[in-house]
Design a binder for this molecule. Structure first.
Ligand code: SF4
Length: 327
């Protein structure tokens, strides 16, 4: 068991560390959620082909997506959080999968809640019912169970042997039983799914009252998918719009049309659709409320996939061009 040795250190997302003044750095956009990752001096038991933490990855262990998460003394992090928690709207603890991780996460959550009263999300692998209960009992508000893949076929191709579609579905049921509607999942666009498959996945999770956090595939050196391209930005915009319409009951997958797997109609009249697009809301980072994950999938130089704040007028005009484009 690794519990003891892992309790005096925690990994901190770069932007979170800057706001907590653990280190210096320039922030183009401040994170609204303080992101932490369990520290473990080894690789994850999981082997997701896009993840730098994966069992067979040779990527830098400081990385999660394209962000660095340096390890830091837990006591110093907690002292900083006590002082500066007002800079955040939420705490998110990402869990690497290792023996004893549930105990480590429970301890981390308890310690965090001693110093601030921000709502806490935990994003982790499938857990047993009683472990979910333990997390709820120490004050976790929301649980995230990342499916990442929009279909079972893609899941089995990219999520490695540690996980199964059935196992995730069963764990999702357990998560719902303990956390009710406060369950999120992560879906990654660009793993080989069609837009139609992703939209049907949005609808499935919406019908099951699970919040979808949409990510754009990000190639990371040292992972098996490091040579795979990012999703087309125009396609990603269509997916963001579809996710938003479904999540806000403005349309449904069955009301949308698809040509060759691509969205060709959003199932909403032009005028209402225009209003939604003009609001900019569909293109902002999705997921737990208060989570903006700045530049988690792209460099600030762009193109921006998930806007960490509402896009401005010029960006919206750019988005409209993309949505009208034949690409
Ligand atoms: S949506 Fe954000 S806050 Fe919620 S589990 Fe995912 S990364 Fe964490």
């Amino acid at each position: 068991m690794y519990e003891l040795q892992n309790l005096n250190k925690v990994r901190v997302a770069f932007g979170t560390g800057v706001l907590l003044e653990l280190w210096r750095g320039k922030l183009v956009e401040p994170p609204t959620t303080a992101h932490f990752l369990t520290y473990f001096d080894g690789r994850c038991r999981g082997n997701c082909r896009f993840c730098p933490q994966a069992r067979e990855s040779t990527a830098d262990l400081e990385m999660l997506s394209r962000v660095i998460w340096p390890k830091f003394d837990l006591e110093a992090v907690l002292a900083a959080l006590k002082e500066k928690s007002d800079k955040f709207k939420r705490i998110c603890i990402q869990a690497v999968n290792f023996p004893g991780v549930v105990g480590v996460v429970c301890e981390l959550v308890s310690r965090v809640r001693e110093v601030c009263d921000l709502p806490v999300s935990v994003s982790c692998q499938p857990l047993m019912h009683e472990d979910l209960r333990r997390l709820a009992s120490v004050g976790v508000e929301r649980i995230g169970l990342a499916f990442d893949a929009a279909t079972e076929e893609i899941f089995s191709r990219v999520k490695g042997s540690e996980y199964s579609w059935e196992g995730h579905m069963a764990a999702l049921k357990d998560a719902k039983a303990v956390f009710g509607d406060k369950v999120s999942t992560h879906l990654i666009a660009g793993l080989g799914e069609t837009e139609e498959e992703m939209v049907r996945s949005f609808q499935f999770f919406h019908d099951n009252r699970v919040t979808v956090a949409l990510f754009a595939f990000t190639p990371i050196p040292g992972t098996p998918l490091s040579k795979q391209p990012r999703p087309e930005i125009a396609s990603y915009r269509r997916l963001q719009l579809a996710r938003f319409l479904i999540a806000n009951n403005l349309s449904k997958a069955e009301d949308m049309s698809f040509e060759g797997g691509r969205i060709s109609n959003f199932g909403l009249d032009e005028e209402s659709l225009e209003k939604v697009i003009d609001s900019g809301d569909p293109f902002v980072t999705s997921g737990c409320n208060g989570c903006n994950r700045p530049f988690y999938n792209e460099s600030p130089r762009g193109p921006i996939f998930n806007y960490p704040r509402k896009p401005g007028r010029r960006d919206i005009e750019e988005i409209k061009k993309l949505l009208r484009s034949p690409d």
